[in-house]
Design a protein around this ligand. Structure first.
Ligand code: 4AD
Ligand code: MG
Length: 466
C-alpha cells in the first residue's frame, strides 16, 4: 500500500481504496458513533478529515491519543465527503500512533495564536496554517528565483560567507575569529597593543559577509551574467519590522549593463517571481488574503501589472520637500532618504513601485559609478508599498582612477582590495547589479508585516533562540 501525501490525495479525480496517510492531528471532534480528526501533513494547506468509527474495539486504545499535535498514520478508503468545503475524507480502517502529544501542554492552541507568542515556540509554529503556508511560499519563491535566472542565461555562483572585505562600508560586520573571546586577555598583541589577527586562523581579520557583490562582480567579468543567493549578515542594532541581522540576499551582476538595463532587470525580475508564486501557491496566498491582509490581491496586481515609476533622486526631493510637514526627518537635497520618505513616494504619491536613481555620492557606497555632474552616482533603489526599499543596486564604477579616488575619499585600505581593482586594470567593462532582500520579498508577497515572521528562526537584536 502506497503512502500518499494529503496534497496528492486531494488532487485525485476519483475515490481510492486502501490508502495510507501520515501527519499531525490538528483537531478532533467526537459524535456519538463517530470521531472526526483533521490531519495535516504539511504538503498543502488543506487537512484531510479522518472519519473513525469510535465503537470499533480496535480503535479503543488509540482514541484517547488522538489529540492536537499527536503524530499518527492511518489506513483506509478515500471517499467523497458529504461535508461542505472538502472533496474527500478518509474512512479509517486502521491507525497507529507515531508520537503522542498532550492536549494540555501542547503549545500550539487555538486560542494562543499571536505572532509574539508563536515566535517563542518557533520550533512548533510551522504546525499552524499561517507558518506552514509562509514556509511553502518561501520554498516556491526560492525556486522561482533560480528559475528566472536560469531561463535568462544567468549562472549561479557561490560567494564566500567569511570575508576580509567590507562591501557596504558601513562598519556593520560581525567578526569571525578563532580566538577565545571569553579570554580577551590572552589575545596575541601587535607592537601597538592591538589584537594581532595575523596569528588568527586566516592570518588576518575576517567577518561574516554583508553582501556577495564584490566577489560577484569578479565572476560577472568572466561569465557575463551571474547571480548569488545566500545568507548575509548585518551587525546593525536596528530593531524594526524590516531589519534582521541575518537575511538572504539575491544579487545578480551583469557585464555590459548600465543603470537603465539594471532597472529594467529589477522590474522584470520582481514581476515574474511574484507572478510565479501567485500562480503556484494560490491556496497559501488565499489564506493570507482571507485572514491577514484583504488588500493582498490588489498589492500583488500592483506589483505584477503596473509599470514601475522611474524617478531621479533630485525629482524625488522636489516632491518630498513640499510635504516636509508630514515627515519626522525633513528632506533637502543631499540627505539619505528614510523609510517614511520612501513609503510616501511609493504608497501615497505614485501608488505603485518606484525606482529611484542617481543619488548623491556622499550617501552612496564607494563602488557606485560617478555621474558626469560629479555630485550624483548611478545607484538605484526599488521602493514598494508597505516595505519601502526592496532592492538596492547600481552601475559600478569601472574606471580605475575614479574608483581609486573614491576609495581614498572613503579612507579605505586600497591594498586590501587589490583584486577588486585588478578588475579595472584588466578588461574592465561597464557592469551593474543589485541586491534583493529575500525576507522583504516574502513580506511583500504574503502581507506578513514583520520580518521575524517570514523566516524559520529570526536573528534580530536581542534574540538568537533556537
Ligand atoms: O541596499 P543593500 O545594502 O545593497 C547591497 O548590499 C548591495 N551590495 C547589493 C548589490 O548591489 N549587489 O541591500 C540590498 C537589499 C536591500 O534593498 C534590502 O531589501 C535587503 O537587502 N536588506 C535587508 N533585509 C533585511 N534586513 C536587513 N538588515 C537588510 N539590509 C538590507
Ligand atoms: Mg540599500
Amino acid at each position: 500500500m502506497k503512502t500518499l501525501t494529503i496534497k496528492q490525495l486531494l488532487q485525485k479525480d476519483s475515490t481510492l481504496q486502501d490508502v495510507k496517510v501520515q501527519g499531525w492531528v490538528r483537531t478532533r471532534r467526537d459524535l456519538k458513533s463517530q470521531s472526526f480528526v483533521e490531519l495535516n501533513d504539511g504538503s498543502c494547506r488543506q487537512n484531510l478529515q479522518l472519519v473513525i468509527d469510535n465503537s470499533n474495539p480496535s480503535f479503543e486504545k488509540i482514541l484517547p491519543d488522538l489529540v492536537n499535535g499527536a503524530a499518527i498514520y492511518a489506513e483506509g478508503d478515500l471517499i467523497i465527503s458529504p461535508a461542505k468545503g472538502q472533496k474527500y475524507e478518509l474512512s479509517v480502517k486502521k491507525m497507529e500512533l507515531y508520537g503522542p502529544s498532550s492536549q494540555e501542554t501542547y503549545p500550539i492552541q487555538k486560542k494562543k495564536t499571536s505572532d509574539e507568542f508563536l515566535r517563542t515556540v518557533a520550533h512548533l509554529r510551522a504546525r499552524t496554517n499561517k507558518y506552514s503556508s509562509m514556509l511553502r511560499i518561501r520554498s516556491e519563491l526560492s525556486f522561482a528565483i533560480h528559475k528566472y535566472f536560469r531561463d535568462n542565461g544567468f549562472f549561479y555562483v557561490h560567494t564566500p560567507i567569511i570575508t576580509a572585505s567590507d562591501c557596504e562600508g558601513a562598519g556593520r560586520m560581525f567578526n569571525v575569529t578563532t580566538f577565545d573571546t571569553s579570554k580577551p586577555m590572552e589575545f596575541p598583541l601587535t607592537k601597538d597593543k592591538t589584537t594581532d589577527f595575523s596569528k588568527d586562523l586566516f592570518g588576518k581579520k575576517t567577518f561574516l559577509t554583508v553582501s556577495g557583490q564584490l566577489e560577484g562582480e569578479t565572476m560577472a567579468l568572466s561569465l557575463g551574467k551571474i547571480y548569488t543567493f545566500g545568507p548575509t549578515f548585518r551587525a546593525e542594532n536596528s530593531n524594526t519590522y524590516r531589519h534582521a541581522a541575518e537575511f538572504w540576499m539575491i544579487e545578480p551582476e551583469i557585464a555590459f549593463y548600465d543603470i537603465y538595463d539594471d532597472m529594467d532587470l529589477a522590474e522584470d525580475f520582481v514581476k515574474k517571481i511574484t507572478s510565479h508564486v501567485r500562480e503556484h501557491c494560490a491556496s497559501d496566498i488565499e489564506l493570507f488574503s482571507k485572514f491577514l491582509d484583504k488588500d493582498l490581491p490588489s498589492t500583488l496586481s500592483n506589483i505584477i501589472d503596473n509599470s514601475y515609476e522611474r524617478l531621479a533622486y533630485t525629482d524625488a526631493v522636489s516632491i518630498l520637500e513640499k510635504e516636509n510637514s508630514r515627515f519626522e526627518a525633513k528632506v533637502s537635497w543631499g540627505v539619505d532618504l528614510a523609510s517614511e520618505h520612501e513609503r510616501f513616494l511609493t504608497e501615497i504619491y505614485f501608488k505603485k513601485p518606484v525606482i529611484m536613481y542617481n543619488k548623491p555620492k556622499n550617501v552612496a557606497a564607494f563602488y557606485m559609478k560617478l555621474n558626469d555632474d560629479g555630485k550624483t552616482v548611478r545607484g538605484m533603489d526599488l521602493l514598494v508599498p508597505r516595505i519601502g526599499e526592496l532592492i538596492g543596486g547600481s552601475e559600478r564604477e569601472n574606471r580605475l582612477d575614479v574608483l581609486e579616488k573614491k576609495m581614498d575619499d572613503f579612507k579605505m585600505n586600497k591594498e586590501a582590495y587589490w583584486w577588486y581593482l585588478d578588475l579595472r586594470r584588466f578588461g574592465s567593462v561597464p557592469h551593474a547589479g543589485f541586491g534583493l532582500g529575500f525576507e522583504r520579498m516574502m513580506m511583500l508577497i504574503t502581507g506578513i508585516s514583520n520580518i521575524r515572521d517570514v523566516c524559520c528562526y529570526p536573528r534580530v537584536p536581542g534574540y538568537a533562540e533556537f
